[in-house]
Design a protein around this ligand. Structure first.
Ligand code: WT7
Length: 638
C-alpha cells in the first residue's frame, strides 16, 4: 500500500522512495526508460505519435523543421487551434456534461462549468471580442483575479486567433503599463478587483493608472466581481456582463473556431530576464498543444475521473499550461481557487481538497513551507484520502518540505512529481513519472524526447556530482519560438552562450543515477517565493522614486521565500536614509511592480561595486552580504 523508504540514508542522494503497487498498476507510462528510448531513437516519430493523440483540422507535412536554427518549427503545414482540442472536440462527446471547471471564491462562493457551459461562455465572449474589432494576430491583455472569466477570456482570445498576454494580477502599475505598451494590445480585459487574504485588490484602479502612462488601447472590458466602485470611461470601458447580454451576442452562442497554422502565435507571456525590460515569450498553437498534453498525461497520470488542482495563477506559465490548456485538452475536471491558502484559517486548502475530492494536487515549495509552519494538526483534521499524486514546481524543494508534504498531505502513499521547467519551455522538461523512484529535492530525469546535460563554461559535460550549467540539447514541441518583436534577443539570450544548446539560466548537478538536482539561477533572475523577477526591473522601479540616484538588488537565501530581495540604494543629495524612507521605498516598489517585489531589506550606501565599464557587480554584493570571500575584484573601479 504505502511507499517504502530505504532505511537510514547517508546523503540526500541516497534517500529514495518507491511507488506502491497501486500507483504502478495504473500508470499511463509503465516504463519510462522505454519511452525515453523510443524518443531518442527517433525524435520525430515520437512527437508525431504524441501529436496523433490530438485532433487536427489538417495534419502536418513535417514534424520538425530545423533548417533555420534556433528558429525551430513544429508540425509545419498542420492546421489546428488549441480550442479545437480544449473545447470543440469535447462538446461533441458525452464530456459536454462533464465538469470542466469548479471554482471557489475566497469568500466561499462556488461556480461550476460543464464543458458545454464553458464552451457557450467562450463562444459568446469570442463574439464580443470580434465586435470590438479584435481579429487574428491582434494582442489582448488579460489582467484579472483568479476567477472563471480569466479562463473564458483566454480561450475566447485563442478561439478567434488573437494573441493573449496575461499579466499576473499581483503585478502593479508600472509592470502592467510596460506590458500593455510593449504588446500594443487592442483590448484589455480586467475586473473591478479580486479577493486576496481578506482584502480587496482593486485591479481596475491599477489599470486606470497604468493607462495614464501609455497610449490607451481602444477598449477595456471590466468583469464585475467585487461589486466595488470603479470609474468607467465612456466610449472606452464596458462591463463584461452587459456585453455578454447584448442582442448581438444573443445570437452569438455559436462562434466558429479560427483555423490556425500550427506555428501561428497563441500567446505571449512576459517574463523577467537578465537585463532590461521583461521579455515577451511567444508560444504557438500546434507544438504547445502537443507538448503540454503529453506531459500532463505522462507525469500526473491524468485519468477521466480525476479532479485536478494546480494552485498556480493563470498569470504565470504554470497556469497557462496546467490550469487552463492541458487539463481541458485532456477533458479533465480542473479546480481553481481565488484566494490565499491561509484564509480564513491555515487549513483552507485542505478543506477544499476534502470538499471537492481532489485527486491530484500540484503546488509550490514556498506554499508548502508556509503551511508547514502551522503544524500538521491543520491537514490532520481533514480527510485527504482522495489524493493520489502530488506535485511541486517553481523552485528547488528542500528535502524537509518534501518530507512534510509527503507525510502530512500525501500520507506516505502519494508520489511527489517535482517538475522542472520554465516559461520558455512551455511544458515539463525534467520530472519524475509516477512509477519512478524519488529522491526528495531532485526533479529526477529529462522526460522522453528531452536531452539535458550539465556543462562547464566551455560547454563540456562535467562529471557526476559536479556543479555546472544546465543545458538542453535538442528541441521540443512546446518550446518558445521567439521573443515577440525581438528575435535577436531570443538568439543571444538562449542560444549563444553554448553553440547548439539551449541555455537555461540554472545551475545543477547530476548524480550517479543520472538524477538532476537544480541548484538555482546563475543569472540576474530572482525567484522570490517561486515568482520570477528581474534585478533590472526592480532597480528601475527604485530609480523612479524621487530620492533615489542608483540602486542594485540581489537575491539572498530566505527560509520561507527560498530567495528574498536585498537592495542597496544610493540617494540623491539632500535625501536622508532613514526608517521612514525605507518604508516609503517599499511602498513605492509595491505600487510600481507589485507586493511580491517588495525588498526584504534596503541598505543605503555611498558607492556600488562596479566594473570599469560601469556594470554593477552583484556577485560582490552577494558575497559580501553572505560574509564570503569576494573573489576576483581586480576589475573593480571603486
Ligand atoms: C525557473 C523558471 C515553469 C514553472 C514556473 C516557473 C525554477 C522551476 C523548478 C523545480 C527547481 C525550478 C528554475 C527555472 N524552477 N521549477 N522543480 N526545481 N527549480 O517558471 O517563472 O519561468 O521560472 O524556475 O530556476 O529556470 P518561470
Amino acid at each position: 500500500m504505502s511507499n517504502t523508504k530505504t532505511p537510514q540514508p547517508n546523503t540526500p542522494q541516497d534517500e529514495v522512495y518507491l511507488p506502491s503497487a497501486e500507483i504502478i498498476a495504473q500508470a499511463n507510462v509503465p516504463n519510462p526508460e522505454a519511452a525515453r528510448k523510443e524518443a531518442s531513437d527517433n525524435l520525430e516519430a515520437y512527437w508525431a505519435r504524441r501529436a496523433n493523440e490530438l485532433e487536427w483540422y489538417k495534419k502536418w507535412d513535417t514534424v520538425l523543421d530545423d533548417s533555420n536554427k534556433p528558429f525551430y518549427q513544429w508540425y509545419v503545414g498542420g492546421k489546428t487551434n488549441i480550442v479545437l482540442n480544449a473545447l470543440d472536440r469535447h462538446v461533441k462527446t458525452w464530456r459536454r456534461n462533464k465538469l470542466a471547471l469548479i471554482w471557489e471564491g475566497e469568500k466561499g462562493d462556488v461556480r461550476t462549468f460543464s464543458y458545454h457551459a464553458l464552451n457557450r461562455e467562450v463562444c459568446k465572449f469570442a463574439n464580443v471580442l470580434k465586435s470590438m474589432g479584435v481579429s487574428k494576430g491582434d494582442r489582448v491583455t488579460i489582467y484579472m483575479p483568479r476567477i472563471p472569466e480569466t479562463v473564458i477570456a483566454m480561450l475566447a482570445t485563442a478561439k478567434i486567433g488573437a494573441v493573449h498576454s496575461v499579466v499576473y494580477g499581483g503585478f502593479s502599475v508600472e509592470a502592467l503599463h510596460g506590458r500593455i505598451e510593449d504588446s500594443e494590445s487592442k483590448v484589455i480585459i480586467t475586473a473591478d478587483g479580486g479577493n486576496m487574504n481578506g482584502k480587496k485588490i482593486e485591479l481596475k484602479k491599477i489599470v486606470d493608472e497604468a493607462l495614464q502612462r501609455t497610449a490607451a488601447p481602444e477598449n477595456v472590458v471590466v468583469v464585475k466581481h467585487l461589486g466595488s466602485d470603479v470609474t468607467m470611461e465612456a466610449g472606452r470601458d464596458y462591463w463584461y456582463h452587459e456585453l455578454m447580454n447584448l442582442p448581438l451576442t444573443r445570437n452569438g452562442l455559436r462562434c466558429e473556431t479560427e483555423v490556425m497554422d500550427a506555428e501561428d502565435p497563441l500567446f505571449i507571456l512576459y517574463t523577467s530576464g537578465t537585463t532590461g525590460k521583461p521579455k515577451a515569450i511567444l508560444h504557438t498553437h500546434g507544438g504547445y498543444s502537443v507538448g503540454i498534453h503529453a506531459t500532463l498525461k505522462d507525469v500526473f497520470d491524468l485519468k477521466e475521473e480525476d479532479r485536478w488542482w494546480c494552485t498556480a495563477d493563470p498569470g504565470w506559465i504554470t497556469g497557462h499550461s496546467y490550469i487552463v490548456y492541458a487539463p481541458l485538452i485532456a477533458g479533465a475536471t480542473s479546480f481553481m481557487y481565488e484566494g490565499a491558502p491561509t484564509f480564513p484559517y491555515p487549513d483552507r486548502w485542505w478543506t477544499m481538497i476534502e470538499k471537492y475530492g481532489i485527486t491530484v494536487f500540484y503546488s509550490t515549495p514556498t506554499a508548502i513551507r508556509g503551511l508547514m509552519r502551522f503544524g500538521p494538526s491543520w491537514p490532520n483534521r481533514h480527510d485527504l484520502s482522495s489524493l493520489r499524486l502530488l506535485g511541486s514546481v517553481g523552485e528547488p524543494i528542500n528535502p524537509e518540505a518534501w518530507r512534510w508534504f509527503h507525510k502530512n498531505i500525501g500520507k506516505e502513499k502519494c508520489p511527489i512529481m517535482d517538475t522542472w521547467w520554465q516559461t520558455e519551455t512551455g511544458m515539463f522538461m525534467l520530472s519524475p513519472m509516477p512509477v519512478m523512484k524519488l529522491k526528495p529535492g531532485s526533479a529526477t530525469k529529462p522526460l522522453p524526447g528531452i536531452e539535458a546535460d550539465v556543462v562547464n563554461e566551455e560547454g563540456i559535460s562535467v562529471a557526476d556530482g559536479e556543479e555546472g550549467f544546465l543545458v538542453l540539447k535538442n528541441p521540443w514541441p512546446a518550446m518558445m519560438r521567439t521573443i515577440f518583436k525581438d528575435p535577436e534577443r531570443y538568439v543571444s539570450t538562449y542560444w549563444t552562450k553554448f553553440p547548439n544548446m539551449y541555455f537555461v539560466g540554472d545551475s545543477a548537478r547530476r548524480d550517479k543515477d543520472g538524477y538532476f538536482w537544480i541548484i538555482g539561477r546563475v543569472d540576474d533572475v530572482i525567484k522570490v517565493s517561486g515568482y520570477r523577477l528581474g534585478t533590472a526591473e526592480i532597480e528601475s522601479a527604485f530609480v523612479s522614486h524621487q530620492s533615489v540616484a542608483e540602486a542594485a538588488v540581489i537575491g539572498l537565501p530566505h527560509e520561507l521565500k527560498g530567495v528574498a530581495i536585498h537592495a542597496y540604494v544610493i540617494l540623491k543629495s539632500g535625501h536622508e536614509g532613514n526608517e521612514q524612507l525605507v518604508e516609503d521605498l517599499r511602498k513605492h516598489i509595491a505600487h510600481e511592480l507589485g507586493p511580491i517585489a517588495k525588498p526584504e531589506k534596503i541598505e543605503f550606501v555611498k558607492v556600488l561595486p562596479k566594473t570599469r565599464s560601469g556594470k554593477i557587480m552583484r556577485r560582490v554584493l552577494k558575497a559580501r552580504a553572505q560574509g564570503m570571500s569576494e573573489g576576483d575584484i581586480s576589475t573593480l573601479e571603486e
